[in-house]
Write a protein of this length. Structure first.
Lengths: 791, 272
């Protein structure tokens, strides 16, 4: 496919249309799971492990059972026959991957603080929570395994039946000898170790669910705050042994996910099991502290990266070894997250020799899984910091070194040494544009002037040039990675009798504005108002097919399916029009909602008439089915590869160690742009989360495995106050891999920004001898780094 | 994040609140709720009854009384922030109030609630300490005045006795320079370390989050009042003080920050 620009007729694509979702969200009309009024519902609450690693000696639930308002109290033993199998992990990355049995409640042993131990069912939320406090658990504590290198040593094995803490070793080493040779011939090398701290996704809406059983039919409606209603339906059916036809999953308004709701959680399985057992609606909404403890964490890696380069700084090889923290169990796609970055450790550079390996290890901490960027922020951070380290070592500018190594625009589609085909790009042009906006010379002059004057407020400039792979994903590629599902997306476009349009999508928006963007795609093609289009989604009874929303896939895969379905339905309308006008369909041109005979515009037939004709079916062409509807399921031929230059300018107070972000410039290339307003919103949100990783956030544990950052007073999610106005611009290199020419933008900010910030801090402090700092660059850490650099 | 169950009663006057407190062993006063309710949600506090004094309008005022400004205990942070009286006579108090929490906290929280809570990490207790304010308390035995220097006694512990209500804070007008240095990572947070400095004849310096309660930097004050240089005085900021350690700062880093911030505060207070 070589479409370079979307075929527009309506002039809607590319406009800054306000989001259709916002009035109902802003007025509180939108309903989230916890807002739903379900008569007769019972509430559940979980008793969670307060120790990181222990055998359960005894659980005494007798006092809780007699507590006011309590209906039932269950432990693992009470419910072990209520599910058909353990919690699902859909991504067995290797044939011999070790996957511990993971049940919604702990089976004799707890493996992280937050692990479910017992569940109370009560007639009010407070009664359930009060009863939790009455449950007595006796633990026999075991040594907690918290450090990744400690874990891999197997000095204490968490899951004894697996006999090791290593879940898997996954390697991507196309030619080991060539990599070794490149390193032995190298003139310059760097060898760096970086830490990707654990992060808490902290979606604004915590997880929340209501399971409503039909008392006689045996059907269940599961309302849940999820990114994946379709996948969840399949997984719940398999895990609980309930027919898929008996489960309807609805994701009402969902207040953010960032990957943390791309999962099948214990509470979803428990609520469904208990609803089936008691034949009552069951509801649960996570508390903020539970969100920190029992919703997945992101990142958690130790990264060793080496670069080999020739005398000119041309990088000849990259070698990467990762230790990845799985946490206590494998959640839905836990083991695969590092693999989403495994192909990108050469970044935007033409590096011929590639070696990547990753060992996934268990720890006595909250399970990890996908968090905004999932694997790609880690890869981008490692290569973009290592390239800066190489530039410092060679004494050349980090900008110049990047230019020497860029994949040239003539090389696209570019076959990478890691085995991917990069779709399109012009990296040098993007960097040129960013530099023209940044105006770096005065900043560098000011930086030097402050050093010369002995100022305690020093400046630094950091660059991150990122590329990511998104648009998950070609199903055959997923098969080669052992992923347990496809990567296609489904769409139906239905023109109703009154010519209003229904769009049914398998994507599951939770803040991305799909109702707006999908309306725009269809409106543009049909030449009608976006207001005349309704987007239906996130209900498996209404939109039965879908692969849901994650991995910056929804526009490039789901949007493309909608675009193609719109073309298909328009072809049918064209056939009706041709039949009515008694001309050949090829003789018709279509604009602004009307078919007209080429050269004879007075011979016209409106789309609305075709819609009504399809409804009455009084005079359709022979053999044509009534109704004006088309469905397309689209499997993308390749990933898409968005990229861009991100520059950070920081001021570091060398007395206190505090870093102030002075400027942040992002010049992104996400291919063709459907709604710039939504794109900018996505970039802003991604930047804030990425910069938060660089400066603020870390899930911290004490030596006993207690999470120290279990409230939002301790886990430092920054607010708007902490940020400057972001400077955004863009280049446009359409993707040739999908009919819209789009690439994806949901994760870009979070992927690009951490190394830009850290590179800027190191730049600001390099005259003091600083060449490394880990994230988050807290004031104390910066202060200590400065102190230690002098020694 | 859900408190234990409790009874709730709304008092319409100070006298009524005092009488309810006298008859209920485990009752707590509720003003703006921004100190007590978080503790209750974490179940670190479980009072049997909350006596809501938040709507007693007679305790919300800012009045110029000549040598000092009288601030009613239920005056909200936002009102301190925008007060013309404070703006001209005690601008530091307005400035400090503007740095508390976030806008929703400042529109709910009260100066009396914050001072009576006595949190060593809060801004306003340290501010009233450096300002040498006087607390006015009413109880079953009448009204008494407590100087700020005798008000804070320990971790969340003040000189208020059982059944007493803090009703007013008398804040001397500032005739010299002042500075408030709040160091934190996010604007909405408690200070990692904060410093209030007031040069009102003598120099008073108080410290935020350097101990279990708001503290005076006594060594620094003594040095300043005996003519030492700002640098020398600031180096003594943490003398005799054993600061806490937490995720944001080790004790050593806190001592270092205290010196840096005291120096900045004294420089600013001396230049204004």
């Amino acid at each position: 496919m070589t479409v370079t620009e979307p075929k527009t007729s309506g002039g809607v694509i590319g406009t800054r249309m306000l989001r259709k979702e916002d009035p109902s969200l802003l007025t509180g009309e939108s309903k989230f799971s916890d807002d739903l009024v379900i008569p007769g519902a019972l509430y559940i609450a979980l008793l969670r492990a307060t120790v990181a690693h222990a055998r359960i000696v005894s659980i005494d639930t007798s006092a809780a059972k007699s507590s006011a308002g309590v209906v039932a109290v269950y432990t693992y033993d009470d419910l072990k026959d209520d599910w058909a199998g353990p919690m699902p992990c859909a991504w067995p990355v290797t044939a011999d991957m070790k996957n511990p049995a993971h049940f919604p409640l702990a089976n004799g042993k707890v493996n992280y603080v937050g692990d479910g131990v017992a569940v109370v069912v009560a007639n009010s939320k407070t009664a359930a929570i009060d009863a939790i406090e009455a449950i007595e658990v006796e633990y026999e504590e075991l040594t907690p395994v918290l450090d990744l290198e400690d874990s891999v040593s197997d000095s204490t094995v968490i899951h004894q039946d697996l006999a090791t803490n290593s879940s898997y070793l996954w390697e991507l080493i196309p030619n080991k000898d060539a990599v070794d040779e490149a390193f032995s011939n190298a003139v310059h090398t760097v060898e760096e170790r970086y830490i990707q701290q654990r992060l808490i996704p902290a979606a604004m809406e915590p997880r929340s669910l209501v399971v409503v059983p039909a008392p006689f039919g045996g059907d269940f409606t599961v309302y849940t705050s999820t990114q994946i209603p379709h996948i969840l339906k399949v997984m719940l059916a398999l895990t609980l042994g309930i027919s898929e036809t008996k489960i309807r999953v609805i994701a009402p308004s969902v207040g953010g996910g960032f990957g943390s709701k791309l999962n099948v959680y214990a509470e979803e399985v428990l609520a469904l099991a208990i609803a089936r057992k008691l034949r009552k609606p069951i509801r649960w909404t996570e508390e903020r502290t539970e969100n920190a403890l029992a919703t997945i964490h992101g990142r958690g890696q130790v990264q060793d990266i080496e670069l080999a380069a020739d005398a000119n700084g041309k990088i000849t090889a990259v070698r990467v070894n990762i230790l990845a923290d799985m946490g206590a169990y494998l959640q839905l796609v836990t083991p695969g997250v590092p693999l989403l970055g495994a192909f990108l450790y050469h970044g935007v550079y033409d590096i011929p020799n590639y070696s990547f390996s990753c060992t996934g290890v268990f720890t006595n901490k909250t399970p990890t899984d996908a968090y905004r960027g999932a694997g790609r922020p880690e890869a981008t951070y490692a290569i973009e910091r290592a390239v800066d380290a190489l530039a410092r070592k060679m004494g050349v500018s980090a900008i110049e070194l990047r230019r020497r190594n860029f994949i040239p625009k003539e090389a696209f589609p570019y076959p990478s040494a890691a085995g991917l085909t990069f779709d399109s790009g012009d990296y040098a042009a993007n960097l040129d544009k960013a530099l023209s906006i940044l105006d770096i010379e005065p900043i560098l002059a000011e930086k030097q002037a402050r050093i010369d004057a002995g100022s305690t407020k020093v400046l630094g400039v950091g660059l991150s040039f990122f590329v990511e792979m998104c648009g998950l994903a070609p199903s055959r590629v997923l098969a080669s990675l052992n992923y347990g599902a496809g990567g296609w997306e489904a769409a139906t476009v239905r023109i109703l009798p009154t010519s209003k349009v229904q769009v049914v999508t398998g994507t599951a928006p939770h803040g991305q504005g799909h109702e707006t963007s999908w309306s725009m795609i269809v409106a543009d093609k049909l030449g009608i108002s976006p207001d005349d289009i309704e987007v239906l989604h996130s209900d498996t009874a209404i939109a039965p097919y879908g692969m849901d929303t994650y991995g910056s896939r929804s526009l490039s895969v789901g949007g493309s399916a909608i675009h193609l379905a719109t073309e298909k339905v328009l072809d049918k309308a064209r056939a009706i029009a041709a039949h009515q006008l008694e001309v050949s369909a090829d003789d018709l041109e279509y604009s602004n909602g009307t078919f007209a005979v080429k050269g004879s515009p007075e011979k016209a037939y409106p789309l609305a008439a075709a819609a009504f004709e399809a409804f009455t079916a009084h005079n359709l062409p022979d053999g044509m089915e009534p109704n004006l509807e088309a469905s397309v399921t689209w499997d993308p031929p390749n990933f898409t590869f968005p990229y861009g230059s991100h520059f950070a300018v920081v001021e570091v107070d060398t007395e206190t160690g505090k870093v102030e972000l002075v400027r942040y410039l992002a010049v992104d290339d996400c291919g063709n742009r459907i709604n710039p307003l939504i794109i900018e919103g996505q970039i802003h949100g991604g930047l804030v989360q990425g910069i938060a990783q660089a400066l603020y956030e870390e899930a911290s544990y004490d030596a006993a495995g207690n999470l120290l950052t279990s409230t939002l007073a301790d886990y430092l999610v920054p607010s708007a106050t902490e940020f400057p106005f972001f400077e955004l611009d863009h280049t446009v290199t359409p993707s040739p891999t999908n009919p819209l020419g789009v690439k994806g933008i949901g994760e870009a900010g979070a992927i690009a920004s951490p190394p830009a910030i850290i590179n800027a801090i190191i730049d600001a402090l390099s005259h003091l001898g600083v060449s490394h700092i880990d994230m988050p660059a807290s004031p104390q850490r910066v202060w200590e780094t400065i102190n230690n650099a002098g020694k | 994040m859900f408190p234990s169950s409790f009874d709730y009663v709304r008092a319409s006057s100070v006298a009524e609140a005092i009488s309810i407190l006298a008859n209920e062993e485990d009752a707590k006063l509720l003003a703006g709720g921004h100190s007590l309710l978080p503790l209750m949600k974490l179940r670190l506090a479980s009072p049997s009854k909350l006596v809501d004094i938040g709507r007693i309008s007679e305790l919300s005022y800012i009045e110029d009384r000549g040598e000092y400004v009288a601030v009613g205990a239920l005056t909200r942070h936002r009102d301190l922030e925008v007060s013309a009286v404070l703006g001209s006579s005690v601008p530091m108090l307005s400035h400090v109030a503007s740095l508390v929490g976030d806008p929703s906290v400042r529109h709910r929280g009260t100066i009396g609630g914050s001072v009576a809570h006595g949190d060593g990490a809060s801004d306003l207790p340290a501010a009233v300490l450096a300002l040498d304010a006087t607390m006015v308390a009413q109880g079953p035995n009448g009204t008494r005045e407590i100087p700020a220097s005798e008000f804070f006694l320990g971790f969340l512990e003040t000189a208020l006795e059982e059944g007493e209500i803090l009703t007013e804070i008398k804040v001397p007008k500032i005739h010299g320079g002042w500075s408030y240095q709040k160091f934190n990572r996010r604007a909405q947070d408690w200070a990692i370390v904060g410093v209030a400095a007031v040069r009102n004849g003598s120099t008073k310096v108080s410290l935020v989050n350097m101990g279990s309660m708001p503290l005076r930097a006594l060594a620094t004050e003594a040095a300043m009042n005996s003519g030492a240089s700002i640098s020398d005085a600031a180096a003594l900021a943490a003398e005799g003080i054993d600061p806490p350690a937490d995720l944001n700062a080790s004790a050593d880093y806190r001592r270092h920050l205290a010196s840096v911030l005291v120096k900045r505060a004294l420089e600013e207070a001396s230049s204004s």
